[in-house]
Design a protein around this ligand. Structure first.
Ligand code: PHE
Length: 324
């Protein structure tokens, strides 16, 4: 190769390797490939050469020109793709964190409570939200003339079904499908025709508990609830049992925990299973006994986290949800 052309070849290869920006691309184009560019000028030397040298020289210039044009095109493509360009990405910057979801505070609370009862041998089961009067009332010893059955007192469907008002329905369903002994909890939604305010909602969550065998007593109910409440709210939590009435338990209690300056707060209802419920569910009430309890999940989550309005749970406001 002609020595002048060989020098230019080295120069142009180096120059193209150094290009990093669109501006230097244009400068390169003018310097080497333009009308008065260094490669174009080499072509003009042809006429000064001896005829026998022209052929080889012409071929060399053309080959170099093609090589440079290809390298130039490749560089242009590389620089116009900003993210792929080596120099436009700063690998030391922190990455962009993709938004990661999380469990709703109600789901978290249900899982925490279920885990504690799970360690006590309670299996988690579910039942339907659209129920029959039998499961929601009759089998639970709530007579037909009871006020809560009034059709303005809950949500009925046209087919005569209703949205369950309590998870106690699952007690009946479980006993109808399984033999004793059993230990279950049943978390889920319940519906009541309550006017919505800071502490009421037409829909909320309960967790039902049921233990049945030949000799389960009220003392075991107390022990189980003490264990749960101290595990969930802390070992110093004070617990109080107050006599109450539920048609499906006998005797029945409401259970309160002490809450600082706010005094005693009701947290759940419970009792020994009423023999009439065993009869309705097909168990032999002379041979089994057990206890049941039902707690409100929202209430517990509100106490636990200091939430002052039940409506926060249902508004899907990320500023609220991201705190848990
Ligand atoms: N079902 C009752 C309620 O909704 C709670 C409860 C459940 C009470 C089981 C006793 C036993 O208020």
């Amino acid at each position: 190769m002609d020595s002048q052309l060989a020098l230019l070849q080295d120069e142009v290869r180096e120059a193209i390797a150094r290009i990093a920006h669109a501006e230097s691309l244009e400068l390169f184009r003018v310097t080497y490939l333009g009308k008065k560019g260094k490669l174009t000028l080499q072509m003009q030397r042809l006429k000064d050469l001896a005829p026998e040298e022209r052929r080889a020289f012409g071929a060399d210039v053309n080959r170099l020109k093609n090589e440079v044009q290809q390298a130039f095109d490749a560089k242009t493509a590389e620089i116009s793709r900003p993210n792929a360009s080596r120099d436009s990405v700063d690998h030391t910057l922190p990455g962009l964190r993709p938004p990661v979801g999380r469990l709703h505070p109600i789901t978290q609370t249900i899982r925490e409570i279920s885990a504690i009862f799970g360690r006590l041998g309670f299996e988690s089961v579910t039942g339907p939200e659209i129920e029959t009067e039998f499961h929601n009332f009759t089998a639970l010893n709530i007579p037909p003339d009871h006020a809560s059955r009034d059709d303005v007192d809950t949500f009925y469907t046209e087919s005569g079904h209703l949205l369950r008002t309590q998870t106690s329905t699952v007690q009946v369903r479980v006993m109808k499908s399984r033999k004793p002994p059993l230990r279950v909890i049943a978390p889920g939604r319940v519906y009541r025709p309550d006017t919505v305010d800071a502490s009421h909602s037409f829909m909320f969550h309960q967790i039902e508990g049921l233990m049945v065998d030949g000799e389960t007593t009220f003392a075991e109910l107390k022990g189980t609830l003490y264990l749960f409440l101290k595990e969930f709210f802390g070992p110093k939590t004070k617990v109080r049992f107050r006599p109450h009435f539920f048609p499906f338990t006998e005797p029945s209690v409401e259970v309160d925990i002490s809450w600082g300056s706010r005094g005693w707060l009701e947290i759940l209802g419970a009792g020994s299973v009423n023999p009439r419920v065993f009869d309705a569910a097909g168990y032999d009430s002379k041979r089994v006994q057990g206890f049941a309890f039902g707690l409100g999940v929202e209430r517990i989550a509100m106490l636990r986290h200091g939430i002052d309005d039940i409506r926060h749970f249902y508004e899907n406001d990320l500023r609220f949800l991201e705190q848990f």
